[in-house]
Design a protein around this ligand. Structure first.
Ligand code: ATP
Ligand code: MG
Length: 338
């Protein structure tokens, strides 16, 4: 794609204040998303996926966070905008779906009111118009009898329905970019598939860009065009989805692929922990961050941090010895591409 990306994150660094001092949760993250494209972000728990997503929208309290690098949205650096300018981007140009819909929905307000709120705020609709539009949005997300559902409260509907409501709210403003942070993790497999299909369908209709954060490589294979793999606050590999599955270059990515259990059932496609434990952000290893867990690491890896190098075909790897780990036949035989 030769067009300019919708979003370009460049060397993003996010330091967060905690009770016991500052942690650098994201340290030099770079990726981009085009309009109409779905980028997957994968990596073990704690690697900084959510902090990256929340930093794009600047959701942290100003006193707790320091950003550096750039978050270019249509060429404008969001990190440089005033709070008020940022307010008009949030939930308007860019919206986010969170993992747990219950914690982001208001339990004492009907779902119709919550969707209408967003419509009134971002699209300036009147009360009546907003209600009609809320019903239409619920219908669009596949909720049966939306005219009745619109007057129900979050606890009266199922988890899958709540996630659809969240999507309806996220779509209310017709965002150009949707960030979905593990939107289906809490849902059972059938509902999960429906929600992903729904996001794909809406994307095709509206041409929005999507960032899909997930633990599930099956989800990645199904819906993502490109994938960024994160490890300990950094992107260690980024490539087109076929390239990443069939020609992974970073030993960490190869480890992730290997650790997918053989497919006995549709459920067994999650990332599993590879050997060794993830070091704490407070004790980030010198040199390559993955070196302590990497059986190919040598002196250079232990002492010098590799840059994220991009080849001509757009495949980026942060490793001194890309491709050193053999890709086992196994990874090819997983049948993820059907
Ligand atoms: N508000 C916060 N203040 C301080 N540290 C935080 C905050 N949010 C996250 N962190 C820390 O930043 C690191 C990255 O967390 P993050 O939530 O981004 O991980 P993640 O990749 O989304 O993990 P998961 O897959 O479990 O959701 C973790 O070490 C976490 O403890
Ligand atoms: Mg997270």
């Amino acid at each position: 794609m030769a067009t300019k990306p919708l979003l370009e994150v460049k060397d993003l660094k996010v330091s967060l204040a905690t009770e016991t001092g500052t942690v650098v949760a994201v340290d030099g993250v770079t990726f981009h998303v085009h309009a109409g494209e779905t980028l997957g972000i994968v990596g073990e728990s704690g690697c900084g996926k959510s902090v990256t997503a929340e930093s794009i929208l600047r959701l942290f309290d100003q006193e707790d966070v320091t950003y550096s690098g750039q978050v270019l949205y249509e060429g404008t650096d969001l990190l440089q905008l005033s709070d008020r300018q940022m307010e008009s981007i949030r939930g308007n140009e860019i919206s986010m779906i969170f993992q747990d819909p219950m914690s982001s929905l208001n339990p004492v307000q009907t779902i119709g009111k919550q969707i209408a709120e967003s419509l009134k705020l971002h699209r300036g609709l009147s009360g009546k118009q907003a209600r009609r539009a809320a019903v239409e949005l619920l219908r669009l997300t596949g909720i049966p009898s939306p005219e009745q559902r619109v007057d129900e409260h979050p606890h009266e509907i199922s988890g899958g329905m709540r996630q659809r409501v969240m999507i309806a709210i996220a779509l209310a403003c017709k965002p150009k970019l949707m960030i979905a942070d593990e939107p289906t993790t809490a849902l059972d497999v059938t509902i999960q598939a429906q929600i992903l299909e729904l996001i794909g369908h809406l994307q095709a209709e509206t041409g929005m860009g999507v960032i899909m954060i997930t633990h599930d490589l099956g989800v990645v294979a199904e819906i993502c065009a490109r994938v960024a793999v994160m490890y300990l606050g950094q992107v260690v590999e980024e490539a087109g989805v076929d390239d990443l599955f069939y020609r992974p270059q970073h030993p960490y990515t190869i480890g992730l692929m290997r650790s997918i259990p053989r497919i006995d059932g549709e459920r067994n496609r999650k990332l599993h922990v590879i050997e060794g434990t993830v070091p704490s952000l407070r004790h980030v290893p010198a040199g390559c961050r993955f070196a302590p867990r990497c059986k190919y690491a040598d002196e250079r890896c232990l002492h010098r941090e590799p840059p994220l190098n991009r080849t001509a075909d757009g495949h980026a790897v942060r490793c001194w010895y890309p491709g050193i780990a053999p890709v086992e036949e196994e990874a090819h035989e997983l049948g993820i591409f059907g």
